[in-house]
Design a protein. Structure first.
Lengths: 210, 286
């Protein structure tokens, strides 16, 4: 499995320069402005790992991988793990970035950094969890349009809902529970969603023919 | 002799139009087997089935007497593959393959890999996508050979290569097969390659094995009888496997050419090439 993880990491090695430039640009933008750009490196990382699907598909690499020892068994697992590695690295970058912004604005707030980091991490893992089964089902080329429509659609609807006067009735007990225990609930939910997504992707992959 | 590959009643349906099967096949260790047939005949489907890349509908495949259901990764440790158009992403560098494969195959041999690269003149610091088609094929072959496989399964390993590179590649295969435990199954539509190196020939047409014999058996037994239209009328139907009408004469595929040449004394029987055999059997009339 290590070999396949290496394959993904080596594939994005070429993108590191681009990533570094984007990272620097957004850090400068964040320092000068008020916007919160903390999620950018993490989001970029998911996009970059997704590009590995394109290269795999273009060279029909999955056919080759399934001819290797344990290839079929480890293909999906290694893709999930290499994505986790990339997201984690980008989260570390996010922490550094938020700290730089905090120091430059004399408002270093560790609690906020912790919240931003956890929020980003959870959001990217959920994004990965939703996207990967779609990619494994339809292939990256076909999925791409769907993914963009999906991501922007969901965020637009969410934005509209937040702006509108529509008040969703959530029982106060649940709100209290979320307020107090979100640091426990969020990781549990994320882990469950991620595992579920992995199982679905693996099932789809094993059914596929290359 | 132990069988490297043993297939019983293999059936693989793709869509209502294509079915591979029923295939029964035994490939002994120590030989080069050439798989021939026109495009779409089922060569790649058979190869992918043997590699357990496809889900077969029924049948049983054993490699070195082992079953995929129980020992898939053990089996694949001993197989080197070159698939027609499937390989690692071309964005990777040649040297990356070494670092990936040493964590894939237990027996991966980095120094063997770098020796092959040197022999083939492939620069390890190049990106795969910058290699020419021939170099790329050689890289795939180097990758297939660098974990001391016992069985090479090669789908069209010489297609798109110029004659010089092709003969180099064939020499590599001959070197590999000089170890008597080693076996090669190789599909190609460049049949002349097989006339040089193959021990056995398997001919697939429309998903079925239509001919399975040793190369010498085919070359010694089969022949192409050439005659004009008047003579053609005198030839008994049972002596004709298939025939093709040309502008001025008839080409007839015959078996047991010694007997046939005694029977029809006034005509010429040429040596058969695998290409003649393929074309006559697929396109000829009966």
């Amino acid at each position: 499995m290590l070999g396949l993880i290496k394959k993904d990491l080596l594939m994005i090695k070429g993108n590191i320069k681009t990533l570094a430039i984007i990272f620097v640009v957004f850090t400068i933008m964040a320092i000068n402005g008020n916007g919160n750009f903390a999620f950018i490196p993490a989001f970029m990382s998911v996009m970059i790992v997704m590009s590995t699907f394109s290269y795999d598909e273009y060279n029909k690499t999955d056919g080759f991988i399934t001819s290797l020892p344990n290839g079929k068994k480890n293909a999906v697992k290694s893709k999930y793990i290499s994505t986790l590695i990339i997201i984690s690295v980008s989260i570390i970058l996010t922490v550094i970035m938020t700290m730089i912004i905090g120091i430059s604005q004399n408002s270093l707030d560790f609690k906020e950094i912790l919240y931003t980091t956890l929020g980003c991490f959870a959001a990217m893992l959920i994004l990965q969890s939703v996207l990967y089964p779609v990619i494994y089902k339809y292939g990256i080329e076909k999925s791409r349009i769907g993914i963009f429509v999906g991501v922007f659609g969901i965020s637009s609807i969410a934005a509209l809902l937040m702006k509108s006067d529509l008040k969703i009735q959530i029982p106060p007990a649940i709100i209290t529970l979320l307020n107090h225990y979100w640091m426990i609930i969020l990781p549990i939910v994320v882990v469950i969603v991620l595992l579920l997504s992995y199982k679905i992707s693996e099932h789809l992959y094993l059914k596929k023919e290359f | 002799m132990k069988n490297a590959i043993e297939i019983n009643n293999l059936v693989k349906k793709y869509d209502p139009k294509f079915k591979l099967g029923d295939i029964d096949l035994k490939i002994p260790s120590g030989v080069i087997v050439g798989l021939i047939g026109e495009n779409g005949a089922g060569k790649t489907t058979l190869i992918k089935s043997i590699l357990n890349i496809l889900h077969i509908d029924s049948g049983n495949i054993k490699i070195f007497g082992k079953d995929y259901k129980k020992q898939e990764s053990t089996i694949k440790e001993d197989i080197g593959v070159v698939l027609d158009d499937m390989f690692l992403p071309e964005i990777l560098f040649v040297k990356d393959i070494d670092s990936i494969m040493k964590d894939v195959y237990k027996n991966w041999d980095s120094s063997a890999y770098s020796d092959y690269l040197k022999d083939f003149g492939i620069n390890p610091n190049k990106q795969i996508k910058t290699l020419s088609k021939g170099m790329r094929k050689k890289l795939e072959i180097a990758t297939a050979l660098s974990h001391h496989a016992k069985l090479l399964i090669l789908d069209e390993p010489t297609s798109g290569l110029d004659p010089v590179v092709r003969s180099e590649v064939l020499d590599i295969f001959l070197k590999f097969i000089s170890d008597e435990d080693h076996t090669i199954l190789l599909s190609t539509h460049i049949t002349s390659d097989l006339e040089h190196i193959a021990d056995n020939i398997i001919f697939i047409d429309k998903g079925k094995i239509v001919l399975e014999d040793t190369r010498d058996g085919i070359m010694d037994n089969y022949g192409v009888l050439k005659c004009d239209i008047d003579y053609f009328k005198n030839i008994e139907k049972e002596d004709i496997i298939s025939y093709r009408k040309n502008k001025y004469d008839y080409n007839i595929l015959v078996k047991d050419k010694e007997k046939i040449s005694k029977k029809y004394k006034n005509c010429i029987i040429d040596k058969v090439t695998l290409e003649d055999l393929m074309v006559l059997m697929i396109k000829g009339g009966e």
